[in-house]
Design a protein around this ligand. Structure first.
Ligand SMILES: Cc1ncc(COP(=O)(O)O)c(C=O)c1O
Length: 449
């Protein structure tokens, strides 16, 4: 029986059972494995969560954009069970299985680019990033990789090198890969001079092109890796001039364009892949998170000539593309397409962005509201002119929301952006209810400033 609090009711956190488990966690799990909430989940359904103390929550985080089709989608769960009844692990290098090749074919079909493609299945986002860099280096015979400020590409050593947030992702872990060059992302809200979105996009591209004479020659650059919409960096939507400019640079200088769609893909922005909004086709696209419908899976999808340039044995791993994850991914893709979740992302995104823009008119703490489909964020500032980040206040809002049954997560290097990653299957009344809780929290914190 549920003895906890309903969404909207205030609760003391952690509850008794969560607190007990937390003490075990603190004893046996390193503190470095950070926590956004102090609660343990008992069960979840769609966008709703119940914790072990019976408290209910609306989930605006979805396992960090892993559950675009919701927690425990029935059809995905059935596909996993069906596969589990046939066989579990074989290792694709030893015994091949149909779900792997079926998924490779599906991914080749649903990713941008009217050219033959091949697909490598891996486990985590970081592993996909690592493999994309390996492939790009092998294909081009070059070692340089261009990455961006505010980027997040994962926590393994190479991916961490590509990532651009010091505390605490990179702190104390260097040195990093010497081939990495870093440039500004077209984050015009934080441009260091007065500019427009379009001009800042062009400026960021020019900075790279100029650097071919001063930092590293273009002939030594294998790839540019870019998030078409920044994830951890603050859900920043770049101007089209930026991504089109990067494509042009790649074409002019024989560099590969890698689109890291690990967070922005699988329907979050209202298209299957965020880069489709910009009419740009990458040479390699990376997918993970919602690809597995809740199971562990990532993919490197690339032009066939690029992917096939690696020698036999150069790619793979024990678990990459495990059968349960492939079965789940095939079903997740089917659900997104059949249930028209891309249209739903556009519709829900409009509702959420509209509400947040309304809040911006009322509360000075909101400096910027951004969004593409359901990849939405609000950037919180102490002063709209100086744009001083409201980092402490962001934490307070997050805490108040949680205490009233709404799970949200912040991001960005200055930890002052709240990003919205609710499942695309969230019910409209759940979305509105969550936004009500958020507004109450923002109102209170704004008043105290
Ligand atoms: C854009 C992007 N790339 C890569 C990663 C790394 O993925 P993983 O945590 O699965 O290694 C993430 C994770 O948040 C991400 O958002």
């Amino acid at each position: 029986m549920n003895k906890g609090k309903k969404v909207g009711e205030e609760r003391a956190l952690p509850g008794e059972k969560s607190a007990e488990l937390l003490s075990v966690r603190n004893k046996y799990v390193p503190k470095a494995v950070y926590q956004v909430t102090p609660i343990f989940i008992a069960k979840g359904e769609g966008a709703l969560i119940e914790d072990v103390d019976g408290n209910e929550y609306i989930d605006f985080v979805a396992g960090i954009s892993v559950l675009n089709i919701g927690q425990r989608n029935d059809e995905v769960v059935s596909a996993i069970k069906e596969q589990a009844d046939k066989h579990l692990h074989t290792c694709f290098h030893v015994l091949m299985y149909e779900p792997y090749v079926k998924l490779a074919k599906r991914l080749a079909e649903i990713t941008p680019g009217d050219f033959p493609k091949q697909v490598l299945l891996t486990n985590s986002g970081a592993e996909a990033v690592e493999n994309a860099v390996k492939v790009a280096r092998r294909y081009t015979g070059r070692y340089g990789i261009i990455a961006f400020e505010h980027a997040f590409h994962g926590r393994t050593t190479l991916a961490m090198g590509l990532t651009s947030q010091v505390k605490y992702y990179k702190y104390g872990f260097g040195p990093f890969d010497p081939g990495i060059q870093r440039f500004p992302y077209a984050y015009s809200y934080r441009a260091p001079f007065d500019t427009t979105d379009a001009d800042y996009g062009k400026y960021c591209v020019k900075r790279i092109e100029d650097s071919f004479r001063t930092y590293m020659p273009a002939e030594e650059i294998a790839a540019i890796i870019v998030e078409p919409v920044l994830g951890e960096g603050g859900y920043v939507i770049p101007p089209v001039e930026f991504l089109k400019g990067l494509r042009r640079l790649c074409d002019d200088y024989g560099i590969l364009l890698i689109a890291d769609e690990i967070q922005s893909g699988m329907g979050r922005t209202g298209k299957m892949w965020a880069i489709e909004h910009f009419d740009v086709v990458p040479d390699i696209l990376l997918a993970a998170k919602s690809l597995g419908g809740g199971l562990v899976l990532s993919a490197v999808v690339g032009r066939r000539d690029i992917m096939d340039s690696v020698d036999i044995g150069g790619l793979g791993g024990t678990y990459g593309g495990n059968p349960l994850s492939c079965a789940a991914a095939l079903k997740a893709i089917e659900v997104i397409e059949r249930d028209k979740l891309l249209d739903r992302a556009v519709e829900l995104g409009k509702i959420a962005k509209g509400r947040l823009e309304g809040m911006k008119e009322k509360y000075n703490i909101i400096g910027d509201v951004r969004g593409l489909g359901c990849a939405i964020s609000v950037e919180l500032v102490k002063d709209r002119k100086t744009k001083e980040p409201a980092t402490k206040e962001t934490g307070e809002i997050r805490k108040k929301c949680l205490e009233h049954g709404l799970i949200i997560m912040s991001c960005a290097a200055l930890h002052n952006v709240i990003r919205f990653m609710f499942p695309l299957v969230i019910k409209k009344d759940e979305l509105e209810r969550g936004l009500d809780i958020l507004e109450d929290a923002i109102k209170e914190v704004n008043k105290a400033m």
